[in-house]
Design a protein around this ligand. Structure first.
Ligand code: GTP
Ligand code: MG
Length: 197
């Protein structure tokens, strides 16, 4: 899919204030610093559409971007960031949960995981929660440029084996790098196919 326009719409912490339009919506979620905002920039080809940072905890609100004037990309705060205070964590959790529970326009959640890491409890629990709430999701392995060509498939295979302990089958997944652009067409074509349905 060609991206002809990508514009920021609104940021907020209240799902009730998200855009009212019933356009299909795709959300990016995952641990702080996993690369959600960078991926949005890579997919849209806009360098600083979403704010990124080397320090975890950059994105703190629900951010809506309208793409090609007919669907939304949503950048969310990361979960599991240890240095955010407990009360701030609770607030995040609350509105992230509210977002996923109430946002009927949501078509698919992309759960981002760093391809270098073993499956993390918090990600597995979050995916479990999405499953229990019948929210469709895919996994995106990020930062593929950080692993050698040989190591990457080994890590993906290990992750898959671990997932199969909890799931009957491996969810749909993508391998990406926001530095090299790897996976861009795969993710965009996937969204395009769903939008057509
Ligand atoms: P929060 O908003 O804090 O939850 O983080 P985030 O998940 O939005 O991560 P962000 O996109 O801000 O990226 C975090 C850091 O990882 C930044 O320093 C990015 O430059 C770096 N990064 C993100 N994606 C990639 C990637 O594919 N490859 C490499 N090498 N670095 C990446
Ligand atoms: Mg971010």
């Amino acid at each position: 899919m060609k991206i002809s326009s990508a514009e920021f719409v609104i940021s907020n912490s209240d799902v009730g204030k998200c855009p009212k339009d019933k356009l299909p919506e795709y959300a990016f979620i995952g641990r702080s610093n996993v690369g959600k905002s960078s991926l949005i920039n890579m997919l849209t080809g806009r360098k600083s559409l979403a704010k990124t940072s080397g320090r975890p905890g950059k994105t703190q609100l629900i951010n809506h971007f309208i793409i090609n004037k007919n669907w939304f990309l949503v950048d969310l705060p990361g979960y599991g960031y240890a240095r955010v205070s407990k009360s701030a964590k609770k607030v995040f959790q609350k509105f992230i949960t509210a977002y996923f529970s109430k946002r009927t326009q949501l078509v698919n959640a992309f759960v981002l995981v760093d391809c270098r890491h073993e499956p993390q409890k918090i990600d597995l629990e979050f995916m479990q929660w999405l499953g229990e709430n019948q929210i469709p999701f895919s996994i995106i392995f990020t930062k593929a440029d950080k692993l050698s060509k040989n190591k990457l498939p080994v890590h993906i295979n290990n992750y898959t084996q671990e997932m199969l302990k909890y799931w009957e089958e491996m969810p749909n997944y993508f391998i990406t790098s926001s530095s090299s652009g790897l996976g861009k067409d795969d993710v965009l074509n996937y969204i395009e196919e769903i939008n057509k349905q």
